[in-house]
Ligand binder design. Sequence first.
Ligand code: XBP
Ligand code: MG
Length: 252
Amino acid sequence: MLPKALLFDVDGTMADTERDGHRVAFNRAFAEAGLDWVWDVPLYGELLSVTGGKERMRHYVERYRPDYVRPDDFDVLVVRLHAAKTRHYTALVAGDGIPLRPGVRRLLDEARRAGVRIAIATTTTPDNVSALLRHSLARDSETWFDVIGAGDVVQAKKPAPDIYYYVLDRLGLPAADCVAFEDSENGLRSSTAAGIETVVTINDYTRSHDFTGAALVLDHLGDPGQPCKVISGHLAAGATAVDLTTLRSLFD
Ligand code: XBP
Ligand code: MG
């Protein structure tokens, strides 16, 4: 049976947005606010254990900056920094652009042609999703997605399953009819806790994560001339990319 909907995580899954997108935007917001907070590439990898930009900043101060004296309005500062970071991130995506990962566009196109619904389940801010879709996929691509579940629409971010429950509820579909695409352990924990079969495409920040419970783990989804490599799970003999036939086999 074909899945009825494909549910995509955004950061790290649709595009490698973390190292050269979100991280850079956080640093720009910190510098602009006169803070001496600098998130280099390895530190950012550690900080990714906490999802959500506001939550990540709080975690950084608690864990890494015992020297930092919080102002009375620290909560307001976090919200202001986050708004500035969103402004920098969306400008970056609109300017330099961040390419989609291999196979993402191909699989989305195939799903749309076949009448398989597509949706987004992400921790990031809705403005960031809109910017990436508009600039990296297609101008009108937000309208391709039946549901875009993003950011603070749920209280508990990944690894909690809430964002996937939110998306399933709005799609009106049971978990058993869907496949999720994730790149991280937190993402996989979120989707599998919601009962959704999950395909993981790793990246530099997540390759050492524990992906126990994933239906399939790959380096990427694969494209013509760019075959994917299977890390765990099974792809049909001779297959070099994840397509709807591959996904159908997850349900057989
Ligand atoms: C994505 C995140 C987000 C982004 C930043 O996780 O953790 O926090 O890094 O987004 P996932 P905001 O891919 O598992 O959804 O700063 O907009 O919160
Ligand atoms: Mg992700």
